[in-house]
Design a protein around this ligand. Structure first.
Ligand SMILES: [Zn+2]
Length: 377
């Protein structure tokens, strides 16, 4: 007897399957006749993918600048796993861990290399905040929570320190088992070329389609040579839309040249969630559907690719034995005008609507799913 059975789920390749769940894990796929305590009939209409993973959010509820609640950016919008990108450092990561244990959303952290985290915008302007011992101790204390490091490399953050904080971050990465390192790019200095040259396989550039001078494109619209070389070495591109870090024009041009993101993430927190331009991960994903990516590519960016990038081997795929994290959604043909971080607008014709999520085997309705009274878990 399974705990939960989803019948006739539509996958993004348009095949249909049943999905059985037992003890919080995916137990079986295919044509399933065994009984279950709870059965949800999807009739081949509702899409199901592995649970969506947002690789870049801010959800430390006590952050003085970029705060939110994990479930507001997570399960309420169909996102089963969120990775907070550097809201906390060694000094406050334990408090963040403690505060998020009761969330329905699975929460992980990229540890800010500044021990004070994001208590101010310029956390890397004082080199005394970059403390290798404090980082090492924090990673040891919370090995299942801290999945990587975060370094925000833009002028307003690093002050007079230029590229030096990134060199320190790379050294810390080596000292801590080669954890993934996510690097934020924005205004220069430091110049993106200096940043890209220092990155190696598995490192993640977030805000990859920002429209600032440190964009990945040259003024002529070609990909910077430094970024081409970084991608050849295995560096990964993450969207990190945010309030100020996503340009339709840059993304459209890059995608047309075949420069796709490895991961689509939101950089969401309460202000850009409520007031825009982010709104939700689904909204960011819908933008990519309208600028040249297929549904399969978009879903991969928030499932398998995200799990690979942050080494969450127990997530990201519909495979027996992995976490029973699922997102149930529809694709609605409905023209909506969406805005990027440069205040440019674009008409999006198809929008992704998350209806429900299953997290560790337990079903939750999203805000939109509840409104439509979609399922009975
Ligand atoms: Zn961020």
């Amino acid at each position: 007897m399974f705990d939960l059975l989803l019948r006739r789920a539509r996958l993004v390749d348009d095949t249909l399957t049943d999905i059985a769940i037992q003890d919080g894990k995916i137990a079986a796929l295919g044509d399933i006749s065994a009984p279950a305590k709870s059965i949800v009939e999807l009739n081949g209409k509702t899409y199901v993918s592995a649970g969506w993973i947002d690789s870049h959010v801010h959800c430390y509820p006590k952050s003085p600048i970029y705060h939110d609640e994990p479930d507001s950016v997570g399960i309420a919008t169909g996102v089963t796993t969120v990775i907070d990108a550097g809201s906390t450092g060694a000094d406050d990561v334990d408090d963040f861990w403690q505060l998020t244990r009761k969330a329905s959303t699975d929460v992980y952290a990229l540890l800010n290399i500044s021990r004070v985290g994001l208590i101010a915008q310029n956390e890397l302007a004082n080199m005394d905040n970059i403390d290798a011992d404090a980082v090492r101790d924090a990673v040891k204390r919370r090995p299942d929570f801290i999945v990587g490091l975060k370094a925000r490399m833009s002028s307003s953050v690093v002050g007079e320190n230029g590229i030096t904080p990134l060199d320190r971050a790379k050294a810390m990465q080596k000292e801590n088992g080669d954890l993934p390192l996510m690097v934020h790019i924005g205004n220069n200095p430091p110049n993106l070329d200096e940043i890209a040259e220092r990155l190696s396989a598995g490192d993640i550039i977030t805000h990859c389609y920002n429209g600032k001078p440190n964009r990945i494109l040259t003024p002529a619209g070609e990909l910077r040579a430094s970024v081409t070389r970084a991608l050849q070495r295995g560096v990964r591109l993450d969207v990190g839309h945010g309030t100020a870090s996503f340009s339709f024009a840059v993304a459209q041009r890059a995608i047309a040249m075949g420069i796709l993101p490895h991961t689509i993430s939101s950089d969401i927190y309460c202000r850009n969630r409520i007031d825009g331009p982010v709104r939700s991960l689904a909204s960011v994903m819908s933008k990519f559907l309208s600028i040249g990516m297929t549904l399969t590519q978009v879903i991969d960016c928030v499932t398998a690719n995200a799990a690979d990038g942050l080494r969450l081997a127990h997530k990201g795929r519909l495979t027996t034995g992995l976490d029973a994290d699922l997102t149930l959604f529809t694709l609605k043909h409905e023209p909506v005008v969406m805005v990027d971080a440069e205040k440019e607008s674009l008409q999006v014709d198809n929008i992704l609507v998350p209806l429900a999520a299953v997290r560790a085997g337990k079903g939750y309705m999203t805000e939109q799913g509840s409104a439509e009274n979609a399922f009975n878990f």
